[in-house]
Design a protein around this ligand. Structure first.
Ligand code: AMP
Length: 170
């Protein structure tokens, strides 16, 4: 199945000059959703991953399904002010703006093997901030999995030394 055919690209969203990769058109298709999760999960089936982290918000959809498929738990990393209990924060630059991410301070046990999941690797700022949060809490970062990598933005350069996997490259 050609996943790229089901992804809609929207010019100038959320602002001028950004070509936004909209995965809602892929996920609404039953085979599209299944193939997406199969592709993202297969490399991690027997890697002893304890927990999958999904980055708000599309990372929740993909990360939750990947966690379930590989037999791992799920932990959300969220935008500031959304998590109910005590959290730690990491700020970062986005392709279109500046933001911060938070994780519950007791979410990860020291030494747990962690996989980070998100829909798009763009400049890498989001993923680098998530990686930092995992390490601050003492997690062992096994790798990061993305559905889409935007090669021209060189996000993987911000993740040097990490095990980065992306299903589709643009
Ligand atoms: P970055 O920190 O630049 O790697 O941006 C990654 C985050 O922004 C991901 O959570 C994506 O969901 C979102 N994102 C960035 N650029 C795009 C894009 N062109 N299309 C869709 N989502 C994007």
């Amino acid at each position: 199945m050609d996943l790229k055919q089901h992804i809609r690209s929207v010019p100038d969203f959320p602002k001028a000059g950004i070509l936004f990769y909209d995965i809602t058109t892929l996920l609404r298709d039953p085979m599209g959703f299944k193939t997406t999760i199969d592709s993202m999960s297969t490399p991690y089936l027997d890697q002893g991953i304890d927990v999958v982290i999904g980055i708000e918000s599309r990372g929740f959809i993909l990360g939750g399904a990947v966690a379930q498929r590989i037999g791992a738990g799920f932990i959300p990393i969220r935008k500031p002010g959304k998590l109910p209990a005590k959290a730690i924060k990491e700020s970062y630059d986005l392709e279109y703006g500046k933001d911060a991410l938070e994780i519950h301070e007791d979410a990860i046990e020291k030494g747990q093997r962690v996989l980070i999941v998100d829909d798009v690797l763009a400049t890498g700022g989001t993923a680098a901030a998530a990686s930092q949060l995992v390490k601050t809490l003492g997690g062992e970062l096994h790798g990061l999995a993305f559905l889409i990598e935007l090669l021209f933005l060189k996000g993987s350069a911000k993740l040097q030394g990490e095990n980065v996997y992306s299903v589709l490259k643009y």
